[in-house]
Design a protein around this ligand. Structure first.
Ligand SMILES: Cc1ncc(COP(=O)(O)O)c(C=O)c1O
Length: 457
């Protein structure tokens, strides 16, 4: 029997003490990252210039549970445990028999799920004597999260912000600067990768792939500096599982047996995986759960890309990862969900999509804003454009329940608020937003340039 509460809260003492590592529970082996020079699987030494050793260990760990350090728990307590909400007003407005819950990550200081891993990254870097962290940011959410985390652990932070977001979202930049970070519009003329792209594509909007190249180059060429990635990698997804672990406890408190459907948006895959992975284990153990990963039609990585080895960045500086990809040369249209404009998807998530455990879906920009406004006018909170992708699908599913009479329990990953995205809402209301469908020919051309990896591809 579902409870009549709107907010389902945990006490600090009930916060999960360990992250869940899905690697030992995967239904098929995860292909290893490959060194682009040798064509051989990477060893820890290859990653050491970029990441602290503890994160490298987590990247390959086969331990199902990994203890969250006390210092990280202490910072998490600034906003965690996060609330689980029942979207009662939306349910009523839709007239649906579905019970809709959302795990609200917008309460963190940066306004999204991103600090869950930023705090861990800052902690492990600090513990290993690093002075500065370089990173990229798309929407500005990840850069904000890392700037916040670095401030708390007394680390310097350099952020390469994709040019289109730098221009669309000045308040995100100011937020990062308030936390003490240095922020550059990418591509810059500070790195070889940036200079080359500026020469090849004058006037480019930038892309996450380019900004990653710049941040990686910065870290690799400075002794006291490491790199931090806010999504895609196994250890990042691991840190985000606190979201799903909390949600699981909260659904029990709400009197639910578990979700029938989980919906989240995917850029690199971290918020989605964080919410879904603790439930994926239940699904693999036989529980029927539909797990839906939503991406933009303008960047259809999982729905129209290929599952194969590719670089994580445009300048081909990163290791090769086996993942769904649109090709590392992918140049996205300037949709407002900046955090979803990435050519790849996390290898762990990609594997589960390939295995049919997770279902990918793509949605257009305008319907996501329709959903966002409907949400804001019922549930009150204004969602990030990224989050609105999940809301679109969840609302469509709840409407289907109205037609079929199914009383589904739908769990949404509410990855962040949209307070710094109001210029996008303004453009939506002015009728100035467009839908973009990424052309098949462009995908085919980008995939032509993918490296061949012997035997494992
Ligand atoms: C609010 C929000 N949701 C989702 C994402 C997508 O990232 P990921 O797929 O790693 O969760 C971003 C990325 O910037 C974001 O800012």
């Amino acid at each position: 029997m579902a409870s009549d509460e709107t907010k389902i809260l945990l006490r600090e003492s009930e916060m999960p003490q360990r992250w869940y590592n899905i690697q030992p529970d995967l239904p098929a082996p995860l292909a290893p990252p490959i060194h682009p020079g040798t064509g051989q699987p990477l060893g820890p030494a290859d990653l050491a210039p970029l990441f602290p050793m503890e994160l490298i260990k987590q990247e390959v760990s086969q331990e199902r549970w990994i203890e969250i350090p006390d210092e990280v728990m202490d910072v998490y307590k600034l906003w965690r445990p996060g609330p689980l909400f029942r979207a009662r007003r939306l349910e009523k407005a839709l007239g649906t028999p579905a019970r809709i819950y959302y795990k609200n990550e917008s309460y963190s200081p940066a306004g999204s799920h991103k600090p869950n891993t930023a705090v861990a990254a800052a902690y492990y870097n600090k513990a290993e004597g690093v002075k500065r962290i370089a990173t990229e940011t798309g929407a500005g959410q990840w850069g904000s999260a890392l700037a916040f985390a670095c401030a708390l652990f007394d680390l310097e932070c350099t952020v390469y912000m994709v040019k289109v977001s730098y221009e669309q979202k000045p308040y995100r930049r100011m937020l990062m600067e308030t936390w003490g970070a240095e922020v550059y519009s990418s591509p810059t003329d500070l790195t070889n990768a940036g200079r080359k792209i500026r020469e090849l594509y004058p006037g480019t909007n930038g892309s996450l792939g380019i900004a990653i190249s710049e941040a990686v180059e910065d870290a690799a060429t400075h002794e006291d500096t490491k790199y931090s990635l806010g999504s895609v990698l196994n250890h990042v997804l691991l840190h985000q599982t606190i979201v799903g672990l909390e949600a699981k406890e909260q659904l029990k408190l709400a009197g639910e047996k578990g979700p029938d459907m989980i919906v989240g948006c995917v850029g690199g895959g971290s918020n989605f995986a964080g919410l879904a992975f603790p439930f994926v284990k239940d699904k693999l153990d036989g529980k029927p759960i539909d797990i839906v990963a939503v991406e933009p039609e303008a960047c259809p990585t999982m729905t129209r890309g290929q599952f194969r080895y590719d670089f994580g960045d445009t300048a081909q500086l990163t290791p090769l990862l086996k993942m769904y990809t649109l090709g590392h040369t992918f140049m996205p249209e300037p949709i407002h969900a900046g955090g979803l404009r990435y050519h790849g998807a996390a290898p762990l998530l990609s594997l589960l999509v390939d295995q049919g455990v997770i279902e990918p879906r793509a949605v257009h920009q305008l319907p996501t804003f329709d959903a966002a406004v409907q949400w804001a006018r019922t549930e009150g909170i204004v969602p990030a454009p990224e989050t609105s992708h999940a809301l679109r699908v969840a609302i469509d599913e709840a409407v289907k329940c109205k037609q079929t009479g199914e009383e589904k329990c739908i769990l949404i990953g509410y990855s962040g608020h949209g307070f710094f995205d109001l210029s996008a809402y303004e453009r939506y209301f002015a009728g100035a937003l467009e839908d973009y469908e990424y052309p098949q020919a462009a995908i085919a051309a980008a995939l032509q340039g993918l490296p061949e990896v012997d035997g494992t591809d």
